[in-house]
Design a protein around this ligand. Structure first.
Ligand code: ATR
Length: 283
């Protein structure tokens, strides 16, 4: 009797990581595409990301997703970084190649853009976008938002210097794309927008939404990159003020689909998996 080969090994590394829904999403992708993979969670001690990666490679790991707080450490372990990683200074997907090289990519922004344009059906081309926050989460999505053809992107952050630094590092891409790119203090915004994206951790801190409701154009898309209870305050605020709220569950599924495509060369049916997760959440 011949035994079937062991599945290829992948994981998500983070701290904390117990909450991660990536194992369930990748397991469903594997089921639907017939790919033979095993995908696990790995809780990595705070200062031991590099060791965690080495251990996983030694155990035969083929790739890993990287979550908080290691996304900005991940590029330093790679032998090759995608342009997206170079721009964002952060990676969420590592691929461990047979020759020992490590490729770092960042699929967060692709996931956000795919969820907004394909799943929510909102075009970003020619639109005015407000990106709230200037930490790692915002850095990972600004490039793809510009590449999606936004007419203008305003980055608003409590600490203005961080928004200015992000604008500075993306200024060449913005001019190539003929997009206007500005940094503002959240309380100084006078304009309103077609799409508002919350990339701050303010809801986790139990704080109010960090921009005034005057930023919302009637019927605009108000997107929180978080999902579950952490996004609820922002979604309620958006709905109350006449915007269309959306949480980051679709972004999570779409960034996972991009990683799966990178690793396996097969695009999983992400819209179907998102639909299943939404049904499950509302059941
Ligand atoms: P992440 O990787 O999730 O982006 P981060 O790099 O620590 O985490 O960035 C957190 C972001 O949330 C920052 O934009 C932060 O603003 P500052 O740069 O001013 O710190 C923002 N943030 C966190 N708590 C906030 C609050 N209570 N109000 C407004 N913005 C907040």
């Amino acid at each position: 009797m011949t035994s079937s080969p062991l599945p290829d090994l992948y994981c998500v590394m983070g701290n904390p990581v117990a909450h991660s829904r990536s194992p369930a999403i990748h397991a469903r992708f594997a089921e639907l595409t017939g790919e033979s993979i095993a995908y696990e969670r790995r809780l990595v001690p705070m200062d031991e990301f590099a060791q965690g990666v080495r251990d996983f490679v030694a155990q035969g790991g083929r790739g890993c997703n990287v979550t908080v707080p290691f996304k900005t450490d991940a590029p330093g372990l790679a032998t090759e970084c995608s342009e997206r990683v170079q721009l964002a200074g952060a990676a969420n997907t590592l691929t461990f190649r047979a020759d020992g090289s490590i490729y770092a990519d960042n699929t967060d922004g692709l996931g956000l853009v795919a969820d907004i344009t394909r799943n929510a059906g909102v075009s970003l081309a020619g639109r005015d976008v407000l990106l709230v926050g200037a930490g790692g989460a915002a850095a990972g999505v600004l490039g793809p938002l510009l590449l999606a053809g936004a007419r203008q992107v305003t980055v608003a952050n409590r600490t203005l210097a961080k928004a200015q630094a992000l604008v500075q590092s993306h200024s060449t891409l913005a001019s190539l794309q003929k997009s206007e790119l500005l940094a503002l203090n959240p309380q100084a915004i006078e304009a309103n927008f077609d799409v508002i994206i919350n990339a701050t951790a303010s809801s986790l801190a139990g704080a109010d939404v960090p921009v005034p409701a005057s930023v919302l154009r009637p019927g605009c898309l108000a997107y929180d990159m978080m999902y579950g209870p952490a996004a609820q305050g922002f979604l309620d605020w958006a709905r109350t003020h006449g915007a269309v709220p959306r949480d980051g569950l679709g972004m999570l599924v779409e960034q996972a689909a991009e990683a799966f495509l990178l690793w396996r060369g097969v695009r999983p049916p992400s819209a179907q998996v998102l639909h299943e997760l939404q049904q499950h959440a509302s059941a």
